[in-house]
Design a protein around this ligand. Structure first.
Ligand code: AMP
Ligand code: ZN
Length: 112
């Protein structure tokens, strides 16, 4: 946990968010500035700055993608498809330094 981290504050319920998924390790909440009709962020409850802290010893990306895929199926996105995305660093435009996986779907997305 990091006391001044935005997503840690959401995990601790100090800042409100619309929750889409929760278990003991992962929280999924709707992005405040959605880039698609469905835009959910999946974060580990334990603070990690970025994907650079996700290692074989800390296989958190597979945890996040598992929860994101299950949520996508639950929301009915599976037949039409969806995108999973992690930004790291300035070139990718990472703005919040708590690892998060974006789930985007619900409409045709622009090709990367
Ligand atoms: P990234 O650019 O990959 O670091 O993504 C950060 C995302 O967090 C952006 O899509 C923001 O819209 C989103 N975001 C920032 N503040 C909040 C918040 N309070 N609640 C939900 N999403 C947020
Ligand atoms: Zn954090």
């Amino acid at each position: 946990m990091s006391s001044d981290c935005l997503f840690c504050k959401i995990v601790r319920r100090e800042i409100p968010a619309k929750i889409a998924f929760e278990d003991d390790q992962v929280l999924g909440f709707y992005d405040i500035q959605p880039s698609a009709p469905v835009h959910i962020l999946f974060v580990p409850k334990k603070h990690l700055d970025s994907v650079m802290q996700a290692t074989v010893e800390e296989p958190v990306v597979s945890l996040l993608s598992d929860r994101a895929v299950k949520t996508a199926e639950k929301l009915g996105l599976q037949p039409t498809g969806f995108r999973l995305l992690i930004n790291y660093g300035p070139h990718a435009g990472q703005t919040v330094h708590h690892l998060h996986l974006h789930l985007l779907g619900g409409a045709q997305l622009s090709h990367l």
